[in-house]
Write a protein of this length. Structure first.
Ligand SMILES: Cc1ncc(C[n+]2csc(CCOP(=O)(O)OP(=O)(O)O)c2C)c(N)n1
Ligand SMILES: Cc1ncc(C[n+]2csc(CCOP(=O)(O)OP(=O)(O)O)c2C)c(N)n1
Ligand SMILES: [Mg+2]
Ligand SMILES: [Mg+2]
Lengths: 339, 409, 339, 409
C-alpha cells in the first residue's frame, strides 16, 4: 500500500499495465518526455522508453484513429486527450468507428482502446476547460464510460478499462486530482492523503466495470453521483443531516442498475447529481430508468441537481458548479415531499 | 498594383455537363514511359516533381514502355485480368439483381478494377488493405468466396456480417480486407495506426488504404497523413481520382488547383500520380511504394487517375449531371481492354482465350448468385433475430440482454 | 395552396427564403447543379445561380466552419449534411463553435446557420444511413433542434429555422419524405397527397420554434413523439382504440414544455416514442421532465418505446424500428397500469 | 532490394533537451535578401520553390536587403515598435499579476510580437483577424483600450466578455479581432468562410487567420485550406512556427519532414516561409498576400519561423522539457531588438528614444492594470450573476429563464 493522489494512482495504473502487457502503449499530446500537462504519465517514457509512451500531434481525431488501427492490429493503446473539451474533433472516430467496429464486422475487428481525459469544472477553466461531456458518450451504443471518484477507484477502474476489449472512455474529474473536493472553495483544500481511499495497492488490481459503490448507506433518500460530485453529495448529506444513501456509480456504461434500483426501492426517493448541464444529461437517463424501475416505490419526484443550461462561465465558477448548498436543498425538498 | 475594388467568389464548374461533349483536357497526360522512376530509397525531397508527372507503362499499342515497366510474369497478368473480369461480371450481375428488388443497394467499380486488383497481387498475406466500397476487386484477386460476397449483399441467413451491414460494406480479416463502412475517410487513420503497430511490433506487415478523390477533403485524411509522416508509417495511401464524387467533379475537392498526388508534399512524403487504368503502372507504383514501406522508409501517397464509368450507386442517376459518353471519351481507356491488348501483344493471350475467360467468370458469378438466392435474398432469410444484440460489446450488458429477451418474446 | 410531399415542401421553403433574403445561400455535398441526393435543392441553382446554391467538398467539418464564418460576416447560410450519420465530423464545430460563439464573445459574433440533414431509419440504410442523433444536439446548450413530421410543418419550421439568429439543427425524417409512414412496411406506401398536411401554401409562412402540435386530442394517455414516429403513434392509437393524446413536439429545443405538461397532467399517463436508441436518448430528458413536472399526476410509469441499444442493423430494419405493435403494447400497458 | 525483414517505429525527438546545448541547425536559414520576390500576380504553380526558401529583409547589421525590402514609412516602423513594446510590457506585467493570484491564467507571446503586430498594420479596418491566444499584439497595434484587456483578464464587473472567458480569449469585433477560443484550429475555417462571404458579397474585405505549428495537425485546418483553395477565398493563413507546442517540438507536427509552408502545395496555394522575427519581412509577406487576396487571386499560406521564448502559459514549466537558453541561441534573434537596430541604422531612432518608449509603454500598462484592479480582480467583482444566462440564445428559452430565477433567488 502507498498513499497516492488521483494522478499518482492513474500513473500507477498505467505503470502496472505497461509492465504487465507488452502490447500496451500510451500516446497523446505532451504525454511522452514531459509526462502530460497534468503529469499523469510522468516518468513512464523514461522507464519504458519512448516506444511505450510518446507524444502525438495535436490531432484528437488522428489520435483516436491511430489507436483504433493499432487496436485492430492487436496492440492495446491507452491514449490521453488533454482536456475532455478537446475530444470533440474525435467524436466521429469514437462513434462511427470505435463503437461500431466489432458490430459491423461481426467480430472480425474490434477496438480495445482506452481514452483517458480530464473533465469537469471547479478549476476556473472557463468554457473550454471545464465541460462534462459524459452524456454524448453514454448515449452511444458500443462505448463504455467510466468515472472514478477516488485514487483507489481510479487505479482499479483504469486497469479494468485497459483490459477491456471494448472501447472505454475514462473521464477523470480533474478537480479532484490532488484532493477530494466537497464543493466548498472557500475552505482550505484537503489533500488525498487525509482520505482513506488514498490507500492504493502498488501492484495490480482491477475493479470490474459496472459495479457501483455505496459510499454512504442511508434510508431517507438515494443520491446518485459520480466523480467530483460524490464528495459534494457526501458533504450535502453531512451538512443537512439527512440520512442519504450515496451511490457512486463509477461506471456509467455499463450501469449497475441493480444497485441503483435496490436503493431507490428502499428509500423511495432519489436525487441525481452531476456537473454537466442538465438538459439531456446523463441524469435524464438515470431519472428515466429509476422512474421506470421504481415507479411504485417513489414517494417524491426524482430531483436533478446539475450544471445550468449554459456554457461554463469563467467568473461564475461557483454559481455554475452544483455545490453542497444546491444539493442540500434538493435533498431537503425530496425528503420533505409529501406522497 | 493589381487590386480590384470588388471581389467575387469562384465556384468550380466541371468542363462538361449533360448535352456537352466530354472534356478531359485538364488531365495533363504524358505518353507512357516518359516519367522517371527514382530508386525506391530516394529521399522524398528529391522527388518533388513526381506528383506533377504521370506514371504510365502501357502505350496505345499495348506495349510496356519506360522505367516503370518491370516485366511481370504471365501468371500475374492472367490472374489480374481474371480478377478484373470477375469484378466486372459481379458488378453487372448484382446491379441487375438489385433492379429485381432482391437487395437494397449496390455500388459498382466499373472502370476502376485495375487499381484494386493489381495492389492485391502486390500485397502479401499478412498485409492489410483498408478499402472503400469500390474495391471489391481486391477480394476477387485473392479468391475470396463469391458466395460470401453474395450472402453479404442479400443480408441472408449465411451473411458473414450477420445482416448488419448494407451491401458492399464487406469485412474479411483473413483476406487482409478491413471492415468497410459508409463513412468516408474515417478509416485511413486506422490504416496508419495499423501500419504503425506493425513497425512498433518489429513485424514486416504494411497497410494499404484507399479513398476517393472527393474524400480527400475530409479532415480525417489529413490527420492520417500527418501521423503517417511523423512516425514513418509503413503504409500506402491510394487516392482513386475517378473524376466524380457522386455528382461533384474533382474540382470541388481541389482538383482545379493542383494534383491530388501533390498532397504528399505537405507532409514531406513521396507522391506518385499514376495512370489508374494501366494495370502495369498500378502494379509497378504500388510495388515501389511497398518496397519503401517494407524498407522502413515510411509512407507513400499515390493518386490513381481513372474514371467512374458507372453511376455512383444504384441510387444515382448520372445522366442528370454529366455527359453520358464520358467512358468512350476518357483518354486512359478501359483497364480490362488495355491489359488484354498487352497480353495479346505479348503473345500470351488470344481473343478466344479472352472470350472464354469472360464466359467462365460470368458463369462463376451466375452460379454464386444462384446459390445465394437459394439461401435467401434480402428479407427472405436472415440470421436469427437475437443475433442483432450480439457484438455491440464483447459481452452484452443488461440492456442488450433485456432487449433481446423482449424481441425474442 | 399546392399539394407537396416533404421534399417539395422543403424545396419550397428554401426557394422562398432565397427569394426573400438576399443574404441567404445554400451549400453542401451535391446540392448545387444536381439538386441533392434527395432532391431537396432541385432547381434552386438553376433558378438563383450557382452563387446562391453550390456544391461543397466532402468535408462536413469544413461545411459547418465555412457556414459559421459566413454567418459571422452577415450572411445566412443554410447547409445540407447529406446524411445525419455524417454530421459527426462536424460535431466539434457545432458544439465548440456554433453553439458558443454568441455566448463567449458576449454577443460580438453569432452563427445564424441552419443545418438540414436527413435522419432516421426505415429505408434499409444499415448502420451508416439510419441513425437518429438528436440527443447529441439537444444536450448542447446553444443549439436548437427541430424535426418536422409533415410537409406543411417542414416548410413552416424550416423557414422559421432559417430566420433564427441562432444555430438550428433541422433533422428531416427521410422515411417520410415521400409519404407518411405508419410503421407498416407490409402495406402499400401512401403518398403525401392523401394527407391533409400536404396542403402547403406556396408563399412565405413560419411556424415558430418551440410550439408543439397536438395532432390527436385524447384523455387516456399522452404520447410524445416527433418525426416519423408521430405517424406510428397515431397508427398505434387507432389500432389499439386507446384514446391517446398524441403530441408532435416539432421542436426539441426549445421544447414546448407547457403543452407537454398540460397534457400529462390531464391524462396522468405518458408514453414517449423515438427511433433513436434508448439509453440517454431524447426520451430520457422527456421522461425526466415529465416526472419532475407532473409527478403528482402520474398514474402509471412513463414508458419509452425506442430503437434498441445496438447500431441500426440492415437486415433487421423492422425488428429495430419501434413500430405500431410495440407502441401499441406500451400504450396498453400504460393505460392498464394500476395506480 | 532494400527491404528489411523487421520494421521499427520512428518516434521524433527534439535536437536538444534540458541540459543539452540548444540546437537550431534544422532551421535551414538563408541570408537576408536572398529569396526572390515573385510578382503578386504570379500563378501559384510558378512559385513552388517558395515554401522551401526563407523571406528575410533585415540583415545582421539592421539593413534592409533584397526584393522584399519595401521601404516602409518611419511612422509604420515606430508604430510597430511601440505595439511590440506595449505587448511585451503587458505580457510581463500580467504574468506577474497572475503570480499574485489576481487572475486564473495567462499566456505570453514574447518573441513573437512581430508576426501579430506587422499584419495588424497591413490589414485595413474592414478586414478581420482570426487570432490565437498569442496574438494580442494585433490589438496593441490598433490601439485597443488597454483597460478592456485588463478587465477581460480579471473577469471583473467591466469585462467586455461578461466574465465568460478565460483570460486572453478576447473578442473585439470593432477592431477586426474575432472571438478567440481555447480550441485549437477550429476557427481557421471561420476565417475562410468569412473571406468567402466577403467575395460572395462583392466586398473587398479579407481575412487573416493564425494558428501555431502544432495546430497544423488538426483536421479542421486541412478542411479550411481545402475550402480556401477550391473557392479562392481572399484569406491569409499564417502559421506561427514557434518551435514548440507546449512540450512537443515542431517535429511532432511534421516539421522533421518538410516545412510548414509546404502545406500550401497540397492545395495549389502559394506558400511563403518567412522570418517571423523580422518585422519588415513579416510586413512585406503579408502585404504581398493581401494584395493577392484583394486582387481576387485567392489565399496564401505563410509560415512564420519564430521562437516561443516564454513558457506555453502560466501553467507550464518549460525547464522540464527544453534547454533554458534557447532564446539566446535562436539564430533569428529578437523582433524588438532587430527592428530597433534597423531604425537606429536608418537614423530615425536612438537608444534614448527607445528607453523612453519602453518606459512609456510600461507606464501605460501599469496605469491600465491599476485601473483594472480598482474595478476588481478575479472574484472580487464580476458582472451580475444573472447575466450568465444571457447570450446562450439571442432570446433565452424557459430553461435559462427558470434557472436564472433560481440563481437570482
Ligand atoms: C463522411 C461522409 N460524408 C458524406 C457521405 C456521402 N457520400 C457517399 S459516397 C460520396 C462520394 C464519394 O466520392 P469519392 O470520395 O470521390 O469516392 P467515389 O465514390 O468516387 O469512389 C458521398 C458524398 C459519406 N458516405 N460519408
Ligand atoms: C483542440 C485542442 N487540443 C488540444 C488543446 C490543448 N493545447 C492548448 S495549447 C496547445 C499547444 C499548441 O501549440 P501550437 O499550435 O504550436 O501553438 P503555440 O502555443 O506554440 O502558439 C495544446 C496542445 C487545445 N487547446 N485544443
Ligand atoms: Mg471519386
Ligand atoms: Mg507552437
Amino acid at each position: 500500500m502507498a498513499t497516492m493522489n488521483m494522478i499518482q494512482a492513474i500513473n500507477s495504473a498505467l505503470d502496472v499495465m505497461l509492465d504487465r502487457d507488452p502490447k500496451a502503449l500510451i500516446f497523446g499530446e505532451d504525454v511522452g518526455y514531459f509526462g502530460g500537462v497534468f503529469r499523469a504519465t510522468d516518468g513512464l517514457a523514461a522507464k519504458y522508453g519512448a516506444k511505450r509512451c510518446f507524444d502525438a500531434p495535436i490531432s484528437e481525431g488522428g489520435i483516436i484513429a491511430t489507436a483504433i488501427g493499432m487496436g485492430a492490429y492487436g496492440l492495446r493503446p491507452v491514449v490521453e486527450i488533454q482536456f475532455a473539451d478537446y475530444i470533440l474533433p474525435a467524436y466521429d472516430q469514437l462513434v462511427s468507428e470505435a463503437a461500431r467496429l466489432r458490430y459491423r464486422s461481426a467480430g472480425d475487428f474490434w477496438a480495445p482502446i482506452t481514452v483517458r481525459t480530464p473533465y469537469g469544472g471547479g478549476i476556473f477553466g472557463g468554457q473550454t476547460h471545464s465541460s462534462s461531456p459524459e452524456a454524448i458518450f453514454t448515449h452511444v451504443t458500443g462505448l463504455k464510460t467510466v468515472i472514478p471518484s477516488t485514487p483507489h477507484d481510479a487505479k482499479g477502474l483504469l486497469i479494468a478499462a485497459i483490459e477491456e476489449d471494448d472501447p472505454v472512455i475514462f473521464l477523470e474529474p480533474k478537480r479532484i486530482y490532488q484532493g477530494p473536493f466537497d464543493g466548498h472553495p472557500e475552505r482550505p483544500a484537503t489533500p488525498w492523503s487525509q482520505h482513506p481511499a488514498s490507500d492504493v495497492p502498488e501492484g495490480y488490481y482491477a475493479i470490474p466495470l459496472g459495479t457501483a459503490n455505496v459510499v454512504r448507506a442511508g434510508r431517507a433518500v438515494t443520491v446518485l453521483a459520480y466523480g467530483t460530485m460524490v464528495h459534494v453529495a457526501l458533504a450535502a448529506a453531512a451538512e443537512t443531516g439527512i440520512d442519504a444513501e450515496v451511490i457512486d456509480l463509477r461506471s456509467l456504461v455499463p450501469l449497475d442498475i441493480d444497485t441503483v434500483t435496490a436503493s431507490v426501492r428502499k428509500t423511495g426517493r432519489c436525487v441525481i447529481v452531476h456537473e454537466a448541464s442538465r438538459f439531456g444529461g446523463y441524469g435524464a437517463e438515470l431519472s428515466a430508468l429509476v422512474q421506470e424501475e421504481c415507479f411504485y416505490h417513489l414517494q417524491a419526484p426524482i430531483e436533478r441537481v446539475t450544471g445550468w443550461d449554459t456554457p461554463y462561465p469563467h467568473a461564475f465558477e461557483w454559481d455554475y458548479f452544483p455545490g453542497p448548498a444546491r444539493v442540500g436543498k434538493a435533498l431537503k425538498r425530496c425528503v420533505e415531499a409529501e406522497t | 498594383m493589381l487590386r480590384n475594388s470588388r471581389l467575387s467568389l469562384h465556384i468550380p464548374e466541371p468542363p462538361a455537363r449533360p448535352g456537352d461533349r466530354p472534356d478531359f483536357r485538364h488531365l495533363d497526360l504524358r505518353p507512357a514511359g516518359e516519367t522517371r522512376r527514382p530508386e525506391p530509397e530516394t529521399p522524398a525531397h528529391e522527388m518533388r516533381d513526381m506528383p506533377y508527372a504521370l506514371v504510365r507503362v502501357l502505350d496505345e499499342d499495348g506495349q510496356a514502355q519506360g522505367p516503370w515497366a518491370r516485366g511481370l510474369p504471365p501468371e500475374t497478368l492472367r490472374k489480374g485480368l481474371e480478377a478484373m473480369l470477375l469484378t466486372r461480371a459481379f458488378d453487372d450481375r448484382i446491379f441487375r439483381i438489385h433492379r429485381q428488388g432482391k437487395t437494397s443497394f449496390f455500388m459498382r467499380s466499373t472502370g476502376e478494377e485495375a487499381l484494386a486488383v493489381a495492389p492485391s497481387l502486390v500485397l502479401e498475406p499478412g498485409d492489410m488493405c483498408f478499402p472503400t466500397y469500390r474495391n471489391v476487386g481486391f477480394l476477387m484477386a485473392r479468391d475470396y468466396p463469391l458466395l460470401d460476397l453474395v450472402n453479404q449483399i442479400f443480408s441472408n441467413a449465411r451473411d458473414p456480417l450477420k445482416g448488419r451491414q448494407m451491401p458492399v460494406l464487406y469485412s474479411a480479416r483473413d483476406y487482409g480486407f478491413y471492415s468497410v463502412s459508409g463513412n468516408l475517410g474515417s478509416r485511413v487513420g486506422h490504416a496508419v495506426g495499423w501500419a504503425m503497430a506493425s513497425a512498433w511490433s518489429g513485424d514486416d506487415r504494411i497497410a494499404l488504404a484507399y479513398i476517393g478523390e472527393g474524400t480527400t477533403a475530409e479532415g480525417a485524411v489529413h490527420e492520417a497523413l500527418t501521423f503517417a509522416s511523423v512516425y514513418h508509417a509503413p503504409a500506402i495511401l491510394a487516392i482513386s481520382n475517378n473524376q466524380w464524387a457522386i455528382s461533384s467533379f474533382q474540382g470541388v475537392a481541389g482538383g482545379e488547383e493542383t494534383t491530388f498526388a501533390a498532397r504528399a508534399l505537405a507532409y514531406g512524403l513521396p507522391g506518385l500520380r499514376v495512370d489508374g487504368n494501366d494495370f502495369l503502372a498500378v502494379h509497378a507504383a504500388v510495388s515501389w511504394a511497398a518496397e519503401r514501406a517494407r524498407s522502413n522508409l515510411g509512407a507513400t501517397l499515390i493518386e490513381f487517375v481513372t474514371l467512374r464509368i458507372a453511376g455512383h450507386s444504384t441510387s444515382d442517376d448520372p445522366t442528370r449531371y454529366r455527359p453520358d459518353d464520358e467512358a468512350r471519351a476518357f483518354p486512359l481507356g478501359d483497364p480490362v481492354e488495355r491489359l488484354k491488348g498487352h497480353m495479346i501483344a505479348l503473345g500470351i493471350w488470344t481473343p478466344e482465350d479472352h472470350e472464354a475467360l469472360v464466359a467462365a467468370c460470368e458463369e462463376r458469378i451466375r452460379a454464386a448468385v444462384k446459390q445465394g438466392e437459394s439461401i435467401g435474398t434480402l428479407g427472405v432469410t436472415k440470421p436469427p433475430v437475437g443475433t442483432m444484440f450480439e457484438d455491440v460489446f464483447k459481452t452484452p450488458d443488461w440492456r442488450q440482454i433485456r432487449q433481446r429477451r423482449e424481441v425474442e418474446g
